[in-house]
Design a protein around this ligand. Structure first.
Ligand code: BTN
Length: 267
């Protein structure tokens, strides 16, 4: 079950170079890589800083949840972006990160990774990763975007109480351990390719829509207050999900509002 060098260290020297690997900061442990990247952003660090850690004492997920991963088991990193985008289009950066994570996994492991709206990375329909995106504003302008990526790599999430039982990891799906540095490099290359497209004014909406398992299905979306069911028709440029309700009307659900979105198997 093991093809790794002892401890499978992440070696920043093997990550190659690229615009979002301009300043690679490796922390043996930290509270949260998103917090560390935000501190860099607030101190004036330019775009392309990458904070990687082996262990987070206070890893964060969406909507105030925690993100847990045993030491040296996973990929936990955050990228500081300063995209010249309207705040309403900041979701393009999240699309770049989730598509990059998905494609990096597919390329490096051969596993058929997919995405679940809004921000989950799936393998075989089970969650193996997530993206936490946090914005920094200067008045009405977008000053920075922190894109935090967590991927379950070489551990069994079923053994971690705080992780929902329907989660998986790359090792579980692959049947062997996956060297983390090689996977990280592939994911970063795929994110960089897509981010370059955004900077050229391109949209990732279509590629993202094609990668989302959620679309074309009947889904149940849990919101902070109540829930709605409908047919998941498409997503828009801002990352919102467009649902067709039973009465034929359309409902736009913002990604930031959703607690959970599941395929609805009820008759
Ligand atoms: C989610 O699915 O809820 C998003 C999880 C995001 C976790 C990553 S791990 C690296 C970065 N630092 C954090 O504290 N969170 C993100």
């Amino acid at each position: 079950m093991n093809n790794l060098s002892p401890g499978d260290p992440i070696n920043p020297a093997t990550l190659g170079g690229g615009p979002l690997r301009r300043n690679v900061v490796f922390l043996p442990e930290c509270e949260s890589t998103n917090d560390a990247a935000r501190a860099l952003a607030l101190s004036g660090e330019p775009e392309g800083a990458l904070v990687i850690t082996d262990f987070q004492r206070a890893g964060r997920g969406r909507l105030g949840r925690t993100w847990q991963a045993p030491r040296s088991s996973s990929l936990l990193f955050s990228i500081l972006l300063r995209p010249p985008l309207e705040p309403a289009r900041a979701a393009q950066a999240v699309m770049a990160a989730s598509l990059g994570a998905m494609e990096g996994i597919r390329r490096e492991t051969g596993l058929p990774a997919r995405l679940k709206w809004p921000n989950d990375v799936l393998i075989g329909g089970k969650k193996t990763g997530g993206i936490l995106c946090e914005l920094g504003m200067e008045g009405p302008k977008l000053a920075f975007v922190i894109v935090g990526v967590g991927l379950n790599v070489n551990f069994d999430p079923r053994a971690v109480d705080e992780i929902p039982p329907e989660a998986t990891s790359i090792r579980l799906e692959l049947g062997r351990a996956q060297p983390r540095s090689a996977l990280l490099r592939a994911v970063l290359e795929e994110i960089e390719e897509r981010y370059a497209g955004i900077l050229r004014g391109e949209s990732l909406r279509e590629e993202w829509a094609a990668a989302l398992d959620t679309l074309g299905k009947r889904v149940r979306v849990v919101l902070p207050k109540g829930e709605i069911a409908g047919h998941a028709e498409t997503v828009d440029e801002s990352g919102a999900l467009i649902l067709r309700l039973k009465d034929g009307s359309a409902r736009t659900v913002l990604a930031g509002d959703v607690v959970n979105a599941t395929i609805d198997h009820r008759p």
